[in-house]
Design a protein around this ligand. Structure first.
Ligand SMILES: O=C(O)CCC(=O)C(=O)O
Ligand SMILES: [Fe+2]
Length: 361
C-alpha cells in the first residue's frame, strides 16, 4: 500500500511507496499508476521516501547488517587487510575500493566519524588499463573489489544480495520513468530517447556502489572526535541515480533537510523497508523538477550504528541531460515564481571520477 502524508503542516514522516506493482508482471495498470504518481509527489516534495514491497526477506536484510557489524568489530589490523590504497601504487589499490578507517572520509573539509568498506561494480564496460605504477597496478576504479576474509560467509551473502538489489533498482527506475509521465517506449528507442524507459536503458550496466558503514556514537573514545562540529557523515547530496539505504534500528541518526532548507527530519528506519533518495543525476535528468535532497548522519545516540547503502547508478558511459518534458514543467513552475536552474549534459563516469579524485567533497 502506498501511503502519503500531505505537506500542508509540518510533516512527521516520509511517504511510503510500495514498489511491488513494478516487480510483479501480473499487477494491474491502476496499481502501477498509483505507485508512479506517489513517487512523483514524494520526489517533488522530499526527494526521499520509504520503499516497501521489494521482495527481499527481512531475515536477509538482518543478516546483511549483522555481517557488516561483525566485520567492524574485528581488530583494525584485520580490517586493514583490505585497506583502500591509492590508484597506481605498489599496493595494488585503485583509489576507491576497500576499507577506510575512522575519519579517513571527508565531507566539506571535515572528517566523517565513520569507517566503511566500498564495493563497486567490477570494471567490465571497457578494457582495463595498466596503472601509472606499471604492470600489476591499477587505474582509478579499475581494481578488483576487496572482500574481507572474515566473516567467512560475508562475500557470498553479499553477492546474492547485490543481485537482488539490482533487480529492485531496475524496477524502481522503471517506476520513476512512469512517474514522470514520459511517453511509452517505442521498439526503436535509442539510449537517449526521452520515454518512460530512459532510466532503465541507462542503468542496464549500472555502475553501482555498495557501502558498508560503521558509526560509533559521536564524542566517544571510539570516534576519537574532539571537535563538536564533526559529524558522523557531513551534509551532502548523493551524486548518482537512486540510493536504497538499509540501516539498523538506531533512531535519530539519518537526518533529511526539508524544502524550507532549515528543518531536519529524522528518517528513522522502518522495519523491512529501504530509505530511498534520489541523487544528483536524477535531479539533472529531471531539470530540477525532482531535487536531490541534502542529508547527514548525526549519531549521538547509543551503541554502534551500522548502515549499508546501495547506490544504483547510471552506466559509466550514460549521458545525462535534462528531459525536455521535465524542463517544460519546471519552466511552468518558474513562471509562477520558482527558479529555473540550467543543467548541462554530464557523462556519469566522468562525474564519478571527479568525485573519487576530489574525495567525494
Ligand atoms: O548511513 C546513513 O544513514 C546514510 C549514509 C549516506 O548518506 C551515504 O553514504 O551517502
Ligand atoms: Fe548519502
Amino acid at each position: 500500500m502506498n501511503r502519503y502524508t500531505p505537506t500542508a503542516n509540518a510533516p512527521t514522516s516520509l511517504p511510503i511507496i510500495d514498489i511491488a506493482p513494478f516487480l510483479n508482471p501480473s499487477s494491474s495498470p491502476a496499481s502501477r499508476k498509483e505507485t508512479a504518481s506517489t513517487i512523483n509527489r514524494a520526489c517533488i516534495d522530499y526527494g526521499f521516501f520509504y520503499l516497501t514491497g521489494h521482495g527481499i526477506p527481512t531475515p536477509k536484510l538482518d543478516q546483511i547488517i549483522s555481517l557488516a557489524r561483525q566485520f567492524f568489530s574485528l581488530p583494525l589490523s584485520e580490517k586493514n587487510k583490505i585497506k583502500r590504497h591509492a590508484a597506481g601504487g605498489p599496493e595494488g589499490g585503485d583509489g576507491a575500493r576497500g576499507y577506510q578507517s575512522m575519519g579517513e572520509n571527508v565531507t566539506q573539509g571535515k572528517r566523517d566519524m565513520h569507517e566503511a568498506i566500498d564495493l563497486y561494480r567490477e570494471w567490465d564496460h571497457a578494457e582495463k588499463k595498466v596503472g601509472s605504477g606499471g604492470p600489476g597496478t591499477h587505474k582509478t576504479l579499475q581494481g578488483p573489489n576487496l572482500w574481507p576474509e572474515q566473516p567467512a560467509e560475508l562475500k557470498d551473502v553479499y553477492l546474492d544480495y547485490l543481485t537482488q538489489l539490482q533487480h529492485v533498482g531496475q524496477a524502481l527506475v522503471r517506476a520513476m520513468g512512469h512517474a514522470l509521465d514520459l511517453p511509452p517506449p517505442s521498439p526503436n528507442a535509442t539510449r537517449t530517447s526521452e520515454d518512460a524507459d530512459i532510466f532503465v536503458r541507462n542503468t542496464t550496466h549500472s555502475f553501482w556502489v555498495l557501502r558498508l558503514i560503521g558509526y560509533p556514537p559521536l564524542s566517544t573514545p571510539a570516534s576519537s572526535s574532539t571537535d563538536p562540529s564533526e559529524l558522523s557523515c557531513g551534509t551532502h547530496t548523493d551524486y548518482g541515480c537512486v540510493t536504497l539505504l538499509l540501516a539498523d534500528p538506531t533512531p535519530g541518526a539519518l537526518q533529511v533537510q526539508l524544502k524550507d532548507n532549515t528543518t531536519w527530519l529524522a528518517a528513522d528506519p522502518l522495519p523491512g523497508a529501504f530509505v530511498v533518495n534520489i541523487g544528483d543525476m536524477v535531479e539533472r535528468w529531471t531539470g530540477g523538477l525532482w531535487k536531490s535532497t541534502r542529508h547527514r548522519v548525526v549519531h549521538r545516540g547509543e551503541g554502534y550504528r551500522v548502515s549499508v547503502p546501495f547506490f544504483y547508478e547510471p552506466d559509466f558511459e550514460a549521458r545525462v541531460r535534462p528531459l525536455a518534458r521535465c524542463v517544460e514543467r519546471v519552466g511552468g513552475e518558474a513562471g509562477a515564481g520558482g527558479e529555473a536552474k540550467m543543467y548541462e549534459e554530464r557523462v556519469y563516469g566522468e562525474h564519478l571520477l571527479g568525485k573519487v579524485f576530489g574525495n567525494f567533497v
